[in-house]
Design a protein around this ligand. Sequence first.
Ligand SMILES: N[C@@H](CCC(=O)N[C@@H](CS)C(=O)NCC(=O)O)C(=O)O
Length: 232
Amino acid sequence: MQKMEFYYHPFSSPCMGVWFTLNQLGVNFELKFVDLITEVDQRKEEFLKMNPLGKVPVLKDGDFCLNESHAIAQYLCLKYEADDTAQKLYPKDLQNQAKVNSLMYLESDCLSKIYNYVNLTLWARDQPPRKDRLNDVYSSLNSLETILERSKFLANEHPTLPDLFAIATVNLLDVAKFNDYQKYPNLVAWKQRMQQLPHYEESVGKHILAITDFFQSKAYLNLPKNDYWGIK
Ligand SMILES: N[C@@H](CCC(=O)N[C@@H](CS)C(=O)NCC(=O)O)C(=O)O
């Protein structure tokens, strides 16, 4: 049987969430690197046939193509997570699934806010994180802290899908050297729990380090001129 194909870029936190899901589920898949930066593969016709929006991640399962990271993760769980799995990433009963969905929506909101601060494309133009967006970062961390005061993980006492995405989103802050976590003890404890999961490093940790290296070393200054990203 043909393996599923996962189109990704390692600097993309939505891709990390999908990657983490694939690894936690133990699914067999083929990695398809999409060069977003130098080749701008995401604007090529072949890629746009899979996702007309020209974004990663994309999952290709036979002839079926799906974009939007959270929808991909939900699809994977519905397809591969066995009914008798004790601690499901995506519960099948109505109310627990609704709770997970609600936290997935919250996670999307946190990602937009945190990404607007870290803003990798601004960095590539040699500009620092946007201090005027810092309040949005604190607002996201406050929301996550409030939820984690009540349970060890976001939707339950074990990890579920929103945790796999939120850890990539929160750890993007490492790239901008943000470390003001004093007011967030439950979030810090959750981060540690997430980072101890067996697939954290390969799905998220090593990519956060690679992005940090790329920007701290200013490796982006050596990229060829790129009109798409405005890199000169
Ligand atoms: N909401 C989408 C976001 C996808 C997205 O913004 N992907 C970025 C990387 S993180 C991308 O492919 N950017 C390429 C471009 O804008 O050209 C998801 O969760 O999948």
